[in-house]
Design a protein around this ligand. Sequence first.
Ligand code: UT7
Length: 320
Amino acid sequence: MTVHARIIGTGSYLPARILTNAELETRIDTTSAWIEERTGIRQRHLAADGELTSDLALRAAERALEASGMEAGDIGLIVVATTTPDRVFPSTACVLQAKLGIINACPAFDVQAVCSGFVYALSVAHQFIRSGQVESALVVGAETLSRITDWTDRSNCILWGDGAGAVVLRAADTPGIVATHLHADGRYQDLLFVDGGVSLKKEGACYMRMSGNAVFKMAVNTLDAIVDETLEANGLGKHDIDWLVPHQANIRIIQATARKLGMGMERVVMTVDRHGNTSAASIPLALDTAVREGRIQRGELLLMEAFGGGFTWGSVLARF
Ligand code: UT7
């Protein structure tokens, strides 16, 4: 019998500090109206000094575990999607394992696919469960993007926020996760990147750099294609999808994907206005928000999709 993987619990966490557009107006040459009109963002959350990606991940994971009814010690695998790990190593997943007090020696590792990180991580965990290697998995997207944000770059710093989201997956007789589709194309590194890293040995702080408009156009076209690919590969029509749970990059990108699906915005989970773009954390944050608001119901078909640095992109089709 085929083994499937079901999402049995969701959780999320946002740091307390809120940075509004109005406050950004006092720091850089911008206006609240410009930010809201071009991105849909009204505010974002920022981690406190000393609050690490693993701390955000821990809070989100605890809430997901609580919702799932599982004990941390029974988890069979931990995958953390992040571009902003606490350290180069150990992985944030190993740090999270220790913070959760897990001593069962379950495998734990990070996945780095920038804004597509959660979709990648969910796909990896899904394969582990399907192959029978583990019976459950904790999958987390967590970021402290504020630490790699150049707060003087007005075309860039307005976008990002910090946060974490998590899901618990468990083996089941029926889907669950129906399908995952992942892609990458490394030729576009110059359009979205961090201007330093370990091997580059650049002096001083490292920041995100982005050709926003070019990335925007690529994102819209690529997400358009991944929607087609996902529907076609799974024999679905666009009206079969109950909820679009997109990566929260820009309201205009999300609206374009919703239009493609012929979907009213009332079936699209939108948190970019409150969270900004939290990269790998954005989909699990949006998912948990909609679940806790009682909008997404058991049995409904969700389409999660993301596009980000790499470029990377992908989708997860899941029956909740
Ligand atoms: O999540 C991973 C992938 N990332 C994304 O998907 C992000 C994709 N990109 C975007 O969301 C948008 O490109 C941005 C929000 C970053 C920028 O919006 P845009 O509509 O593409 O603006 P633009 O870069 O074409 O700039 C238009 C104008 C420029 O002025 P001029 O040259 O026309 O005089 C910019 O200098 O807007 C100006 N501008 C600003 N004005 C006020 C850029 N940033 C700001 C700002 N406030 N913060």
